[in-house]
Design a binder for this molecule. Sequence first.
Ligand code: HEM
Length: 480
Amino acid sequence: PNEPPMVFHWFPIIGSTITYGIDPPRWFKQQREKYGDIFTFVLLGKKTTVYLGPAGNEFILNGKIKDVSAEEIYTVLTTPVFGKDVVYDCPNSKLMEQKKFMKIALSTAAFQRYVPIITAEVDDYFKRSADFKGKSGIVNIPKSMAELTIFTASHTLQGSEVRSKFDEKVAALYHDLDMGFSPINFALYWAPLPWNARRDHAQRTVAKIYMDVIKQRRAAGATETEDMMWHLMNSTYKNGTPVPDHEVAHMLIALLMAGQHSSSSTSSWICLWLAARPDVMEALYQEQIEVLGADLPPLTYENLQKLSLNQAVLKETLRLHAPIHSIMRAVKSPMPVPNTRYVIPTNHTLLAASGVSASDPKYFPEPDLWEPTRWDKDSPIAPSSAIQASGEDEEKIDYGYGLVSKGANSPYLPFGAGRHRCIGEQFAGVQLQTITAMLVRKFKFSNPDGTTGKVIGTDYQSLFSRPLEPANIRWEKRDE
Ligand code: HEM
């Protein structure tokens, strides 16, 4: 009656789960041809309403708290992995406070400290990695980027005590935690299966490692650097309760997991595109020489802000490869869709996919072209003026964790929008721009088969999309 059109399917329960799951963005575009921007499909037995385009992003990501819930969807996956009483295992108002605590620690002063830590980790990694011995070679880049991301993220976000424990054993525990994020767990999170038992064991073990460090720090009388753990340990909820140790530990796990997948898949895509576009990798090298000087001084937070092509590489990579391809919300009260006759009932799930509009020719000329210079104002393929205009002068709003853009009516939202918006954007920017700038100094990349302009396809099997593997690139050291 007043519901959006239903995508045709043969089987109940399964519905379109399989065809959706193979390549969600492509499948969404196919359905849009038939049904328009709003349609419903059956995902694991659940009626799921997709609303594409900027208006859909606004409708879902800026949905009111009485209308939409993220925790109701995500808690079955995230609570066993992160632990209790944080993120989606608490009321939204508590999450907003937790995001504020985390965001305060992600300050400019912190980023200024992080850049040398990250550069040192990158240097060290390429010195010791067996995959980068000699003058040139071929490597499956996602594996290297996953390692590099976890070393840089744990060192910066969790401090040197935790980083020093980040040996094979803890890496293996994080792998077990990761398995909790397979989409199959939306259905089987509770099941007494071996990987769920390993997930639960890993959660307890990792949380204990953090809680032991917290105890040591409290005993030592805390003259620590003001890192993430320090900030969380010393935060107090509005009702006067200090954040308990187990919540500090669980937030640290949540931060590492959130940052790990999105950042490591993004740095892999950056490497793959630089291999596919050696001209851009060379231009990045020349940018550093021109802007920072031929002696290439150590990178600093301030220097990174001056490398505009280096920044555009990240922006353009996130346009084509937003790691979170589907953002979901439970519907809490019937939601009329503005300017349509549709009402979304409470037994539906809503799904936003801003990656679809980020590769729509309506907003991005030649959308499939990875071309960082398109973000220059006078590029012939610059994004439509609506996107360029949004920025500094935008209206802002505070959901409790700091100011964010009020509108979500944009085709380019790799970090989401509204009360659930990412707090890690600046951190990810610092981490990924530092890694990119370091790679450019050290290497020349190319495709192993000598082709240019093309990269491998995307693996959508996990909650976070990433390159299909093996995703090989050829590397050659610059200086030897
Ligand atoms: C939320 C993307 C890195 C922490 C989000 C959301 C997106 C996103 C799309 C919204 C999810 C939703 O509405 O359901 C990304 C991308 C990243 C990145 C593309 C890197 C390229 C990070 C990092 C951290 C982080 C490094 C931690 C330091 C968070 C947190 C939330 C969030 C805490 C809030 C979840 C909520 O309020 O429900 N991110 N993220 N992210 N992200 Fe990120």
